[in-house]
Ligand binder design. Structure first.
Ligand code: NI
Length: 254
């Protein structure tokens, strides 16, 4: 069994076959699935999937691309949803993305901090999206020693990953790990303890080799597990089992 710890099965890319695909996942070896909210609207869609499928869970939060929606009313709505739905296991995905900068950095930081405060108040782990914002991301994380979670689709250095692990965080790897130019991700996957590594698809994006560039889905997280096994010199079964247990610990699924 594998745990896809970060997916977007609510995405429009799955509109034509979402239910058939979801229903097929347990037989394909996907034992657990976390659909990450990116906005209030997508959070509600992820919760609906969690209510419908036993193996699916949800997170609640606004992605840096949606930082401009974060206000008291939206935060209050997230709080209500977390209390009402026990399958909401994290606040996320939240964070900083300086790659496109459609949303000004100051606004992104404000939304990130407000949602870290919400996670602290609710006692929930967080799912962090951090792209090309390593320094500011670490600075904000260090302001919240009571809050931990995962840096998903990790793109920082091995050194920064070690610092995060020391602070109690998990590191999430996608299909990027299988790409030919994945030197940095491979270095990181070698450098940190196995019990801090989770795997994910981030589907419909980030399809692993040999499907790079095509629509991704949770069943392909197995390719990430296999690559991790190769990198760590362990068996594929061991890689699947360890990352499964790590995901359960991260999202407190017992
Ligand atoms: Ni995502």
């Amino acid at each position: 069994m594998v745990f896809d710890t970060h997916a977007h099965m609510n995405d429009r890319a799955f509109d034509a076959d979402r239910d058939a695909l979801m229903a097929s996942l347990p037989a394909q070896g996907v034992g657990l699935l976390m659909n990450a909210g990116c906005s209030l609207a997508s959070t509600i869609e992820c919760i609906a999937l969690a209510e419908k499928y036993d193996f699916a869970y949800a997170s609640a939060g606004s992605h840096p691309d949606a930082a401009d929606e974060v206000c008291d009313a939206v935060l209050e709505e997230y709080k209500k949803l977390c209390k009402l739905h026990p399958k909401v296991r994290a606040i996320g995905e939240i964070g900083l993305d300086y790659h496109y900068e459609d949303i000004p950095r100051d606004l992104q930081k404000k939304a990130f901090i407000a949602q870290m405060e919400l996670a602290r108040e609710l006692g929930l782990p967080v799912i962090v999206h951090e792209r090309e914002a390593h320094q500011d991301g670490m600075e904000i994380v260090r302001q919240f020693p009571e809050v931990q979670g995962v840096f998903h689709c990790y793109s920082g250095s091995a050194e920064m990953a070690k610092q995060l692990v020391d602070l109690g965080w998990y590191i999430g790897f996608t299909g990027v790990l299988t790409f030919k130019n994945a030197k940095k991700a491979i270095e990181t996957a070698q450098a940190i303890p196995l019990d801090r590594i989770v795997i994910e698809t981030d589907c419909p994006y980030m399809s692993p080799e040999p499907y790079r560039g095509r629509r991704n889905d949770p069943s392909r997280v197995i390719f990430v597990a296999d690559k991790l096994a190769e990198i760590r010199g362990i068996s594929p079964e061991e890689a699947r089992k360890a990352t499964y247990e790590n995901g359960k610990r991260l999202y407190r699924i017992y």
